[in-house]
Design a protein around this ligand. Structure first.
Ligand code: LMR
Length: 328
């Protein structure tokens, strides 16, 4: 893992640089919405690009388009079905049109930490989720971690009642909308690329996201502070189109699969470090972080937990039980 981490960190600087694909190579366009520096997805995508282009030279070539330069997440999956991109890694909250199985990850306080998320995803139940969209033309290649979400607003948030009456940007997820409504917040779905502007101009008052996204998008600059709630998970599915995947020569598919699996394992093992680095970078840049004591955090748990009941049937009590058994 250490060697892989070192490699990944050295490619970060080159992230986003377009690969020069040669004539005859299978071109793999990977479109995503985050930055590439101090970001789990940005680093993983860059490493994937580097390994494919080094090890599959002459056969296949990857071009990574970060920062929503090619598509926002609300367009990328349609674009994939049209054959315009071959890979993407939207957050698990962005697949509602295709499957509801990922709703378990949006339920607040479902997993106690990222190790629990990792264990659940690597269980038989979790791995089966990669094939939950095959009928709709999408195949999951691997879960990619980002981390736990935090809350920020244009006023300090210590208790959930501090957020009541505010408007928060949310990802397009019914569970997240319900979670916000549970604390009296009005949820406003919006593309990731528009959030900074919306916070800056006051179109919305707050948002929830991970340290790497709060840092990467500079949300801390236009918020009063970020509260360390760790209330939910933001993870990704690296996804491809079944048509494209099935059309690949078998040796190419096998080699790609091996590289994807190795990148997934090594980068998922390194997220704690990337997350901590982004958190520290916010502080270094003058951003404010509000830490909660046990009692204050419990108030967020109490306010949000009723959301489970609303989605119990969609998510499946057996899946909830499996997640809770991992936490224990
Ligand atoms: C968001 O829309 O807030 C995130 O899903 C962005 C990302 O890809 O991390």
């Amino acid at each position: 893992a250490t060697a892989a981490t070192a490699v990944a960190l050295t490619v970060t600087g080159a992230a986003g640089a377009m690969a020069q694909c040669d004539e005859g190579e299978i071109v793999i366009k990977l479109s995503h919405v985050t930055n590439t520096d101090k970001h789990p997805k940005g680093i993983a995508a860059s490493l994937l690009q580097q390994r494919i282009n080094d090890e599959m030279n002459g056969k296949a070539c990857m071009e990574v388009y970060p920062n929503s330069t090619l598509y926002d997440d609300d367009k990328v999956l349609e674009a994939m079905l049209q054959g315009d991109v071959q890979m993407a890694a939207p957050s698990l909250s962005k697949f509602e049109q295709f499957t509801k199985v990922f709703r378990i990850f949006d339920l607040p306080f479902m997993f106690k930490n990222m190790e629990a998320v990792d264990e659940f995803q690597n269980s038989e139940t979790g791995q089966a989720m990669k094939e939950s969209m095959v009928k709709r033309g999408l195949l999951g290649l691997g879960f990619w971690h980002n981390g736990l979400k935090q809350m920020s607003a244009n006023k300090p948030l210590v208790l959930p009642t501090d957020a009541a009456g505010l408007k928060f940007r949310v990802q397009p997820s019914e569970v997240i909308k319900a979670q916000m409504e549970a604390i009296g917040v009005s949820p406003q779905p919006m593309a990731f690329s528009e959030v900074y502007g919306a916070l800056q101009t006051g179109v919305v008052d707050g948002q929830e996201n991970t340290w790497s996204n709060v840092y990467g998008q500079k949300f801390f600059e236009v918020q009063d502070g970020t509260t360390e709630t760790n209330h939910g998970v933001l993870d990704y599915m690296l996804v491809t189109s079944t048509d494209w995947w099935d059309s690949l020569p078998e040796d190419v598919r096998t080699q790609l699969e091996t590289i994807v699996n190795e990148v997934t394992t090594s980068r998922n093992a390194a997220i704690a470090e990337v997350d901590a680095e982004a958190r520290q970078a916010i502080l270094d840049a003058g951003g404010k972080i509000v830490e909660l004591n046990a009692e204050q955090r419990q108030a967020w748990v109490d306010a949000m937990l009723p959301v489970w009941e609303q989605f119990k049937e969609d998510v499946g009590q057996d899946n909830i039980d499996a997640a809770q058994a991992i936490n224990a």
